[in-house]
Design a protein around this ligand. Sequence first.
Ligand code: PLP
Length: 228
Amino acid sequence: MNTLETRYVTILKDIHDACLSYQRDPNDVRLLAVSKGHHYSSIEQLYALGQRRFGENYLKEAFDKQAHLSELDIEWHYIGSIQSNKTALIAQHFSWVHGVDRLKIAQRLNHQRDNQQPPLNVCLQINLNMEQSKSGIDANDALTLAKEVAALPNLQLRGLMALPQPESDFSAQQKNFAHLRQLRDEINASGLNLDSLSMGMSNDFHAAIAEHSTHLRIGSALFGQRPN
Ligand SMILES: *Cc1c(COP(=O)(O)O)cnc(C)c1O
């Protein structure tokens, strides 16, 4: 087996084992292979091994890959920050968008999503650590935004996403993820039905699984260090 295949098999087993130890159904935890910065041939390799969900941050790079891989039945997830002049392209070329944090962006995506396509799946990005420099909406404003986004017909509000500050300590990681899970539960208690928690990356996905992550966004642990 080559390195990518070895890493892939190892991560899948790791995720599976973590699901069993935290009483999670492995079918409820999806791996997004974050392929940003890597050649489309790596995507082809993982596809051949059965991987179908891929996450990209940079539009130009993503379109380039999509053009090369148009024959493959890939579910593309946009996981980067969203500038308002890029919403039309995002609305048309992805199945999921992780990282909506403003109504204006949601409205544009809703307007620009083709009616012939299924609704665009959306996760709202929450700024858990209240870092001013980071994108994401304040947790206190999440319910209001969730209700507004849920009302948009061409979007399907699926859940919440977070990119917490890196922690090396498991319990610190878990605390952030528990916060996101609790926020999702509160939003659902007021009548919405969010089924997704997009959280957990290469260095903290075990803690994310423990706190009911449904979408792990894993890049470097799978593809290796990103080229600069
Ligand atoms: C790059 C990126 C990831 C993957 O990070 P790794 O640490 O390489 O696993 C996940 N989510 C987002 C939003 C990213 O930008």
